[in-house]
Design a protein around this ligand. Structure first.
Ligand code: ZN
Length: 444
């Protein structure tokens, strides 16, 4: 049911599974070799050897069956590692679309495509959660959590007993029984609870956890790129908080909640999208004279640091976009699709082309910018140079502009890519805290 974590993240359960898999593969190879030695017309054996893969219960896992497709191993989709091959009907959906922001047309089609959410009837609501079960039976083990109304799910199959098998990132929060922290899980839910919704057709938003950028799409185009911060798993002084990791997935923006206050931090313009998770302006504290102070939070934009919410820049991009713009847009535009791309281990940030234009102010400017105009200095027309010159004088001392969110420096990209390289682990703490979930599955 859950074979999506990288090899090293699987723990005891994973090791068992892997051994079983290796055994099956070895057996299949031996069988296959024996099969090849047979007469060529002995097709029956070949067919059995090629297609049958058994799971731990001895049940058949459908491999590449007609009408399904797989993406190449090095291409990452939100369903990366899923055991369920994509049906043709899933092409271009959030789950099956490679996480590539440069494919503007495909991303827009994904953002405007229908979304399947969970609606459990009278008790439903944007703060209510439902469970995914191990079997099509509410007495069976709870294996994942899904938030009603807002969270999209991938429907694997409808079965004729009134249940459906679905897949999503578990929306497990601090108070959950199912500690599947932002893990891609599949399980069963009653088909009558699934509801397809057509999202807003003018506006859509993408957050990529890998580069900590937020992309606003409007009317088919990428309108603007902003800096954001998603959740960081950490020790809070008395315990670890694995639930800080922002839950990835496909969502609808829900209520405009307003200002949240947490530990003296004011989070303005919060919009709910996943139970307790909100998108809001980068938080501030208040100075003694009552003026807002963003000094501790704003410099961290572009890196993980929240408790799970999405912090969005208050500075305007050259296109005039910031959290206030989103807040106002959502007043008019309902059911805006908001997707979060998972930072799967193995994903890498591409290095920008050396000819990519950048801009600066030769007269004592301290930032590099992505255009000749920037709200950081509205009256200045900046001078162009190129990304390839960024490490040369006089550009090497320039800092990334916190308004227009230009490309990261090559050294920063290399550092992040090293942390996300295949075979390493960008968050060993989270990996270790996820072991409790595997143990829970084992014991039950
Ligand atoms: Zn700028």
């Amino acid at each position: 049911m859950l074979r999506h974590q990288p090899e090293h993240a699987r723990g005891f359960y994973g090791v068992l599974m892997r051994k079983f898999w290796v055994f099956l593969t070895a057996a299949a190879l031996l069988f296959s070799a024996a099969g090849l030695a047979e007469e060529e017309e002995d097709l029956a054996i070949d067919e059995i050897v090629e297609d049958v893969i058994l799971d731990e219960d001895g049940a058949e896992i459908p491999a590449e069956t007609p009408g399904t497709f797989a993406v190449e191993a090095e291409v990452f989709t939100p369903s990366h590692g899923s055991e369920h091959p994509f049906r043709e009907a899933e092409e271009g959906t959030y789950w099956a679309l490679p996480m590539d922001i440069t494919d503007e047309k495909a991303v827009w089609e994904m953002l405007t495509a229908p979304i399947t959410v969970v609606d459990i009837g009278k008790k439903s609501g944007e703060k209510v959660q439902a469970y995914l079960y191990r079997e099509p039976d509410e007495k069976s083990l709870k294996v994942g959590v899904v938030t009603c109304e807002s969270q999209g799910v991938r429907v694997i199959r409808n079965i004729d007993n009134g249940w459906s098998e679905i897949e999503c990132y578990s929306s497990s929060f601090h108070d959950t029984k199912v500690e599947a922290w932002n893990m891609l899980v599949s399980g069963y839910i009653q088909t009558k609870y699934l509801k397809q919704v057509t999202p807003n057709q003018n506006l859509g938003i993408v957050v990529d956890k890998l580069n900590q950028r937020l992309y606003v799409f409007q009317e088919g185009k990428l309108l603007s790129t902003l800096l954001c911060s998603t959740g960081l798993v950490q020790w809070n002084g008395s315990k670890y908080q694995p639930y800080n990791e922002t839950r990835s997935g496909e969502f609808l923006l829900m209520s405009r909640v307003g200002t949240l206050i947490s530990d003296r931090l004011y989070c303005d313009m919060a919009i709910r999208f996943n139970a307790g998770d909100m998108m809001h302006e980068v938080p501030h504290v208040n100075n003694a004279d009552g003026t807002p102070n963003y000094g501790t939070t704003e410099p961290k934009l572009g890196t993980k640091c929240s408790h799970g919410c999405i912090r969005v820049q208050k500075n305007k991009t050259p296109e005039g976009i910031n959290m206030a713009w989103i807040w106002n847009a959502v007043r008019k535009e309902s059911k805006v699709k908001f997707v979060i791309w998972e930072d799967w281990q193995g994903r890498q940030i591409p290095t920008p082309d050396a000819e990519t234009p950048l801009f600066y102010n030769p007269d004592k400017g301290s930032y590099y910018h992505r255009g000749s105009f920037c709200y950081s200095a509205k009256s200045v027309t900046f001078t162009p140079f190129t990304y390839g010159e960024l490490e040369d004088e006089p550009f090497r001392k320039l800092k990334m502009c916190p308004y227009c969110a230009p490309e990261m420096r090559e050294a920063e990209i290399e550092e992040r890519n090293a942390a996300y390289a295949e075979g390493t682990d960008h968050d060993e703490l989270l990996t270790s805290l996820r072991q409790a979930y595997y143990e829970y599955l084992q014991k039950n």
